[in-house]
Design a protein around this ligand. Structure first.
Ligand code: TXA
Ligand code: MG
Length: 349
């Protein structure tokens, strides 16, 4: 059997390459194709958000369940307003404070947005991303782009072009290389269709920053979503399927531990009956020597820098065939909550 054709990865690091890549991506998108593009959070799998046939290809390529809605990406406020049936004052305040950037606003869906994008729901998630490449493509196309993270469903999001190639290289024609994603975890999703607004998925724009702009938020639905999942009700009823507990997971078993020192870490691992020689440690404060482990990755003890490198580290562990990843517990502070959320999901069996 012949191997399926592999996606072409195109660079963007000079003005000429950038302009050529914008043209190629826009051509494919106008023709109803799906293209992998960089954003500042994670790489996205983009299609014309106004074309239901093109959006259907995204679901197929990812193996994504049809009940999980897709975020629509815009590159100016006028386009954002065209995606929503109503534009509350809160949306204006948030857009002024955080766009372009890693914040998705859930708003009533405009009639122009096909039902497949929103999984038949009455709301649409809208984001103006900060990465110059996707902004240029949206401006060139003149239509909004529907784009989930460019990974197979339930797998780890990609933070560089090579991650996309590994998971989807045989299902795409074009992957645009826009460098390492600068935020590193997916956007904060904020529901503005309820009052008060509430966070559906935490991210690097945390609740305290949001509350400083728009006042107190409602209770997050995360715990409710997880309870529904435990009760076996994982379909339809969820406000945001990204709340499903198991998500964003590496192939390896992942656990989060707190340790006093190396001896303490080793005895915890042995009590859990894990094989240290198949275990990779990711640490940021109490750094073990690495002796007896596959290796120790040291990430910065700074939330933004930690988020930027975390997924690449997890992808590396998977590529190396590590059985267990032990991550040092995170500080209990608002700026770490989005990262803590992803680790909790990754740790779910
Ligand atoms: O940073 C990001 O948000 C990246 C980049 C590519 O923009 N995208 C991303 O998309 O993470 P995805 O599909 O992997 O995750 C989108 C999340 C899911 O949890 C989905 O359920 C939720 O947003 N979502 C999308 N539209 C929604 C809606 N109308 N109502 C509630 N949740 C929604
Ligand atoms: Mg995703």
């Amino acid at each position: 059997m012949s191997k399926p054709p592999q996606a072409e990865i195109v660079p963007t690091h000079t003005p000429t390459l950038f302009a050529e890549a914008v043209k190629r991506a826009a051509e494919l998108l106008r023709a109803g194709e799906v293209v992998a593009l960089p954003t500042e959070t994670v790489y996205g799998l983009a299609a014309n958000a106004l074309d239901p046939v093109a959006v259907a290809k995204i679901f197929q390529i990812k193996g994504r369940p049809s009940h999980n809605p897709i975020i629509v990406h815009v590159a100016d406020l006028a386009l954002a307003k065209r995606c929503a049936a109503a534009w509350p004052a809160l949306a204006d305040q948030l857009a002024r404070a955080f766009w372009p950037g890693p914040l998705t606003l859930v708003l009533p869906r405009a009639a122009d947005i096909p039902a497949i994008v929103t999984a038949d729901g009455s709301t649409v998630g809208v984001r103006w991303p900060g990465h110059p490449f996707i902004q240029a493509v949206i401006r060139e196309c003149g239509f909004p782009l529907a784009a989930p993270s460019a990974n197979r469903s339930n797998r780890l999001s990609p933070t560089n072009a090579e991650h996309v190639r590994q998971q989807l290289g045989d299902r795409l024609r074009l992957i645009v290389d826009g460098g390492q994603a600068q935020v590193g975890i997916e956007s904060t999703v904020l529901d503005l269709a309820t009052s008060p607004p509430r966070v559906l998925r935490p991210g690097m724009i945390h609740e305290a920053s949001l509350a400083a702009v728009i006042g107190p938020l409602g209770h997050s639905q995360l715990s409710i979503g997880n309870r529904q999942l435990e009760m076996g009700n994982s379909k339809g009823a969820l406000r945001s399927p990204g709340q499903l507990l198991k998500h964003y997971a590496p192939q390896a078993r992942l656990l989060v531990l707190n340790w006093r020192d190396e001896g303490d870490l080793k005895s915890q691992i042995s009590n859990l009956r894990f094989d240290p020689t198949r275990t990779q440690v990711i640490a940021h404060r109490q750094i073990p020597s690495g002796e007896g482990f596959v290796g120790v990755s040291v990430l910065p003890h700074d939330a933004a820098a930690f988020a930027r490198s975390l997924y690449a580290e997890l992808h590396r562990c998977d590529a190396a065939g590590v059985a267990v990843i032990v991550v040092e517990a995170l500080p209990d502070a608002p700026e770490w909550r989005g990262i803590g959320d992803r680790l909790r999901r990754a740790a779910t069996e």
